[in-house]
Design a protein around this ligand. Structure first.
Ligand code: ADP
Length: 333
C-alpha cells in the first residue's frame, strides 16, 4: 500500500491496535468531539442507561474506529464489530442484531455501504429495539416481530451526506471529525514514537506531522518508514531520515501524494482549471468517484487548493500554483 493511502492494510491492523488510545483523555486533538462525547457518556452513566446512538463522520484514518472502542471502554460496555459492506441483506443485519447481549455497543463501520433493505430494519431496531422478520414466501409469508436487547449503535461513515435522512435522524449525536492540526499530529507522532521505542527529535516529529495529510493513520505509517530509514542509513540525522522517507514515498511539501497531485494536475491541464464534474474527473485520473470524493477532495479543500462549486470542482489560485503550471491561457491549453 502507498503510505498515503488512508485505509489500513491487513498487516497494519495489529500495529494500529497497539497504538490505539483507550480513553478519551488519551485521544489526541478533536477537542470539540471529545467534549461532546464526554458529556453524552457522563449523562448516560448518571442515569444508568445506554448512551444514545452515535454517528462518527469523517475521512478515513482520523480515529472513528478508535473512538468507537473508547466509547465502549468509557461506558464499560463490550463492543461488537460489524461493517456495512458485509451487510448485503436484511437477514445479515437481523443475525447481528439478534446476537447482541443487553447493553452492548454495536460498531458498524462504513454504514453508508449497507444494503438498502437492511437500512429499514435498522430504523425500527434503533428506535424500538425490535425488528420484523419475514418468514416463508408467497401467500404463506408472514412478518414475525422479534424483541432485541437494548444496545447503542456507533456507526462510522466517510460520507454522511450519502446516508438517508431517516437514518441520520435516528442518531442522538453526530460527531464530525476534522483533519488534525500540525500541532496535534506532532503529539500523535511523539506518542507513537514513545510507544514504539523510536528516538526522534522534536523538529523531526514536527516535520513528519506537517506532511501527514492531517491524518493520524498516515503519520503513524510514515513514522514506521522513518524508523526503517534510520535503521538502514546508520548515522543519518532524524531530519534526514524524515526527508529521505518522504521523498522515497513521493510525499510532497504539502503532504500531498501522487493521487492528490494527479487530481490537481488533471483539473489544470485537461479541464483548464475547472469546473469539472466529479465523475468526469474521477475517470480522467482512473480512480473511483467515491475515493476522489471521500479521500482526496476533503483534504485538498481544507488546504485551500480545490473548491467545490455548484458547477463542479475548480482549482483555487493556490491549487494552480501547486501544480507548477502557470495560469496563462496557452499553458492551460
Ligand atoms: P478510522 O476508523 O477513522 O479510519 P482509526 O480509528 O482506525 O481511523 O485510526 C487510525 C489509527 O490512527 C489508529 O490506529 C490510531 O492509532 C491512530 N489515531 C487515530 N486518531 C488518533 C488520536 N486522536 N490520537 C492518537 N492516535 C490516533
Amino acid at each position: 500500500a502507498s503510505p498515503l493511502q488512508p485505509e489500513a492494510s491487513v498487516e497494519e491492523l495489529a500495529f494500529e491496535g497497539a497504538l490505539r488510545p483507550e480513553t478519551l483523555a488519551e485521544f489526541v486533538g478533536q477537542p470539540r468531539v471529545r467534549g461532546q462525547l464526554e458529556l453524552l457518556l457522563k449523562a448516560a452513566a448518571l442515569q444508568q442507561r445506554a448512551p444514545d446512538h452515535i454517528l462518527l463522520a469523517g475521512p478515513p484514518g482520523l480515529g472513528k474506529t478508535t473512538l468507537a472502542m473508547i466509547i465502549g471502554n468509557e461506558s464499560g460496555r463490550a463492543v461488537r464489530m460489524a461493517s456495512g459492506p458485509a451487510i448485503q441483506h436484511a437477514g445479515d443485519l437481523a443475525a447481528v442484531l439478534s446476537a447482541l447481549v443487553p447493553g452492548e455497543v454495536l460498531f458498524v463501520d462504513e454504514i453508508h455501504r449497507m444494503a438498502k433493505s437492511a437500512e429499514e430494519m435498522l430504523y425500527l431496531a434503533m428506535e424500538d429495539f425490535r425488528i420484523d422478520i419475514m418468514v416463508g414466501k408467497g401467500a404463506g409469508a408472514a412478518s414475525v416481530p422479534l424483541e432485541l436487547s437494548p444496545f447503542t449503535l456507533v456507526a462510522a461513515t466517510t460520507r454522511s451526506g450519502m446516508l438517508p435522512a431517516p437514518l441520520r435522524d435516528r442518531f442522538g449525536f453526530t460527531a464530525h471529525l476534522e483533519f488534525y492540526s500540525a500541532e496535534d499530529l506532532t503529539r500523535v507522532v511523539t506518542r507513537s514514537a514513545g510507544m514504539l521505542d523510536i528516538q526522534l527529535t522534536s523538529a523531526a516529529a514536527a516535520e513528519l506531522a506537517k506532511r501527514s495529510r492531517g491524518t493520524p493513520r498516515i503519520a503513524n505509517r510514515l513514522l514506521r518508514r522513518v524508523r526503517d530509514w534510520k535503521l538502514v542509513h546508520e548515522g543519518s540525522s532524524d531530519i534526514e531520515a524524515v526527508h529521505g522517507a518522504l521523498e522515497l514515498y513521493d510525499v510532497d511539501a504539502y503532504g500531498l501524494d501522487r493521487l492528490d497531485r494527479s487530481v490537481l494536475e488533471a483539473i489544470a491541464k485537461s479541464f483548464k482549471g475547472g469546473p469539472v464534474g466529479l465523475t468526469t474527473l474521477a475517470a480522467s485520473v482512473g480512480e473511483e468517484a467515491e475515493t476522489i470524493e471521500s479521500v482526496v477532495e476533503p483534504y485538498l479543500v481544507r488546504e485551500g487548493l480545490l473548491a467545490r462549486t455548484p458547477r463542479g470542482r475548480m482549482l483555487t489560485s493556490e491549487g494552480l500554483r501547486h501544480t507548477g503550471i502557470d495560469g496563462s491561457p496557452d499553458q492551460l491549453d
